[in-house]
Design a protein around this ligand. Structure first.
Ligand SMILES: Nc1nc2c(ncn2[C@@H]2O[C@H](COP(=O)(O)OP(=O)(O)OP(=O)(O)O)[C@@H](O)[C@H]2O)c(=O)[nH]1
Ligand SMILES: [Mg+2]
Length: 197
């Protein structure tokens, strides 16, 4: 299992003229500032995605074309880095506009194989997260939950959180991760590669 190359393709909000051929796509979604862009950089071991300590850094769906080798075969996958939702006080309206983008982008895109739903391990689910979960469930979209920033939390609390989320979600699709030290990188990558085949 090896990343061969990773490059930024474009930022888009449109599905038309996707122009990527038949490459499967994996979407990284979650609250603003949770670490979506950092996760992509850590996974591909290259700083392709722009990260920022100020929430709202990613405004478009940014596409990254990744070449990798898995089980001896060379393949391509697109990682799409989504704008975060719910970072301002007007969270409901930002959430609604975010949802519209997501809806348009995801529902019409037959190349999407999975949503990677990223959570700050230190946070709990709130009303917005619940709404998103309902939305995903209603549409029957497959997703993987990743608890990130685990370097900022005690091992005990990480384990607790994982167990707690395991009761809500299917246990085998929950991962723990740190973009800072790369913890969980191999597990998550092979999970993704297995999905995109
Ligand atoms: N300690 C620690 N910091 C992290 C981790 N992942 C991200 N960060 C930090 O969290 C901040 C936000 O990271 P981003 O990757 O830009 O977050 P994002 O989800 O892409 O944010 P938006 O694009 O604004 O929605 C940055 O200051 C990162 O350095 C992690 O695993 N550990
Ligand atoms: Mg970002």
């Amino acid at each position: 299992m090896k990343i061969l190359s990773a490059e930024y393709v474009k930022g888009t909000l449109e599905l038309e003229n996707r122009g990527m051929g038949k490459i499967p796509e994996v979407c990284f979604i979650g609250r603003s500032n949770v670490g979506k862009s950092s996760m992509i950089n850590t996974l591909v071991m290259k700083k392709v995605a722009r990260t920022s300590s100020t929430p709202g850094a990613t405004r478009m769906v940014n596409l990254y074309k990744i070449s990798y080798e898995f089980k001896g075969i060379k393949k391509w996958v697109l990682f799409s880095d989504f704008p975060g939702f719910g970072y301002s006080k007007v969270s409901k309206s930002t959430y609604m506009s975010w949802k519209k983008i997501i809806e348009r982008y995801i529902m019409g895109n037959k190349f999407i194989r999975r949503l990677i739903w990223i959570f700050d391990v230190r946070r709990d689910m709130d009303a917005l997260d619940e709404m998103l979960m309902e939305w995903i469930k209603d549409r029957g979209i497959d997703f993987t939950l990743v608890l990130t920033k685990i370097d900022k939390e005690s091992r005990q609390n990480v384990a607790k959180k994982r167990e707690m989320f395991g009761k809500v979600f299917r246990n085998d699709s929950i991962f723990v991760f740190s973009s800072k030290d790369g913890y969980g990188r191999k597990e998550l990558l092979s999970h993704i590669f297995n999905i995109v085949g």
